[in-house]
Design a protein around this ligand. Structure first.
Ligand code: AMP
Length: 214
């Protein structure tokens, strides 16, 4: 099953991704996570990506496409994958389609999670992420049992550099201008489902399972 999670930053893609990969046993491919790992390790790719990420801008297509397609050639993707945060531009989507077609594959489902802009701001600025396992929390909506500490692994929680109010505003604008056109792109392909990201996490996941099938 080849899946794509689409939606503005803060729609809850990461949270649903964690559940989807567990139930459907596909690898979670987040281009944002790949960049953050590279930043942590201080690689040249990380240094380049950071310039864009800190401003809430998109990393150039050429760079993203290379890392995403490279990841998709790995053995664990042969029976399916869940892309989260890729594609983010029509050029990325077109390249992905060509790349998959050459391997006799296609995108099976696009799950588009949408949430009103005012909710996105509140969700993102209050988001906290575990440094060790990547689990996400929210200071008021999904607080950890002990402040600053991950419930699942005991790791330290931090706020992403790009979850500040100023950068979040820009990320939402960038989503609307560059990524939203993908909805029409996949609408034409006929493989997109629209989901309400303001629903309870469990209800949203139940909806996803209904779409993908048990
Ligand atoms: P995310 O973790 O998906 O919110 O991504 C964090 C940041 O990484 C984005 O704001 C972009 O700067 C960069 N990024 C991640 N994926 C892509 C992509 N597919 N195209 C361009 N930039 C990306």
């Amino acid at each position: 099953m080849n899946l794509i999670l689409l939606g503005p930053p803060g729609a809850g893609k990461g949270t649903q991704a964690a559940r989807i990969i567990e139930k459907f046993d596909v690898p979670h491919i987040s281009t944002g996570d790949i960049f953050r790992e590279n930043i942590k390790e201080g690689t040249p790719l990380g240094q380049k990506a950071q310039e864009y990420m800190n401003k809430g801008e998109l990393v150039p297509d050429s760079l993203v496409i290379e890392i995403a397609t490279d990841r998709l050639t790995k053995d664990d993707c042969k029976d399916g994958f869940l892309l989260d945060g890729f594609p983010r531009t029509v050029e990325q989507a077109e390249t992905l389609d060509k790349f998959l077609a050459e391997a006799g594959k296609k995108v099976d489902h696009v799950l588009d999670i949408d949430v009103a802009p005012e909710i996105l701001m509140e969700r993102l600025t209050g988001r906290r992420v575990c440094k060790s396992c990547g689990a996400t929390y929210h200071v008021t909506n999904i607080p950890p049992k002990v402040e600053g500490v991950c419930d699942s692994c005991g790791g330290q929680l931090y706020q992403r550099d790009d979850d500040t109010a100023e950068t979040v505003g820009n990320r939402i604008d960038v989503y609307n201008s560059q990524t939203k056109p993908l909805i029409e792109y996949y609408e034409k392909a006929g493989n997109i489902s629209h989901l309400d990201g303001s629903a309870r996490l469990e209800d949203l996941f139940a909806e996803i399972v209904k779409i993908l099938g048990e």
